[in-house]
Design a protein around this ligand. Structure first.
Ligand SMILES: Cc1cc2nc3c(=O)[nH]c(=O)nc-3n(C[C@H](O)[C@H](O)[C@H](O)COP(=O)(O)O)c2cc1C
Length: 219
């Protein structure tokens, strides 16, 4: 962790960088990370995620913008097999796959990060939660991990099985592990009523439609 603190101190001294768009290696790296940063729901349950990896990932959230700079989000790291098993039944997977109950035993995530609102600091967080979730999943992707953001979960089970103090309200769970599935992005047909539901294509690959650029730019 000392290294992380040093990195944070270094980053705090960073001055604005003057790039032209075409020169920017950062842009292509970011685009590559965002492309790889898919919602994985099948993992290799034999590959563990370390507490250290999870801590480094949570550390990224401190660098995010925060409404009124309140920083009301706190995190519970879950990495032991016992705790992973305890919260798994609380999670709802892939709502569009009505006949799939979620990952089988050997496909389960091997870690979780539970995002909580510290109700002693605020009763809402504007969009801090989404900013943090993107930092968490991008950070995981950069470390060679895969993730899935989960909003649909049983809060009581999560709170009680992890003994989370009532002060902290779980608002999202991020499932993490080493992904074990192929995922493909495809453009929608560009129409406003395009079907945006993910599906298994003819080869059984999880396929995720994304609206086209021309559709999302308002003219
Ligand atoms: C706010 C939010 C809530 C989500 N909740 C769930 C969830 O409860 N269960 C789940 O399986 N996936 C959930 N997801 C994942 C989405 O289904 C996924 O982002 C979407 O299908 C697009 O796939 P992609 O992330 O690979 O682009 C959530 C994603 C977001 C951003």
């Amino acid at each position: 962790m000392r290294q992380t603190t040093k990195l944070f101190a270094y980053l705090c001294t960073i001055q604005p960088l003057n790039f032209t768009f075409m020169d920017s290696q950062y842009f292509s790296t970011l685009r590559e990370l965002l492309t790889r940063n898919r919602s994985y729901r099948r993992f290799d349950s034999s590959k563990m995620v370390t507490e250290c990896q999870l801590t480094e990932i949570v550390d990224l959230t401190r660098l995010c913008a925060s409404g009124r700079n309140l920083q009301p989000l706190k995190y519970r790291i879950v990495s032991t097999e016992a705790e992973c098993n305890a919260i798994f039944p609380a999670l709802k997977w892939a709502g569009y796959y009505t006949t799939w109950d979620g990952p089988s035993e050997n496909e389960r995530p091997t870690a979780y990060i539970v995002q909580c609102l510290d109700t002693q600091l605020a009763n809402g967080c504007l969009c801090d939660d989404g900013l943090h979730l993107e930092a968490i999943t991008l950070g995981a992707t950069a470390l060679g991990l895969n993730a899935c953001i989960i909003k649909s979960f049983n809060s009581e089970i999560v709170t009680s099985s992890l003994s989370i103090d009532a002060r902290y309200k779980p608002i999202y769970v991020v499932a993490l592990g080493y992904g074990n599935e192929e995922i493909k992005l495809v453009d929608t047909d560009g129409s406003t009523d395009a079907d945006i539901r993910y599906y298994h294509n003819e080869n059984g690959i999880h396929t995720v439609p994304k609206r086209t650029l021309s559709e999302i730019i308002i003219k």
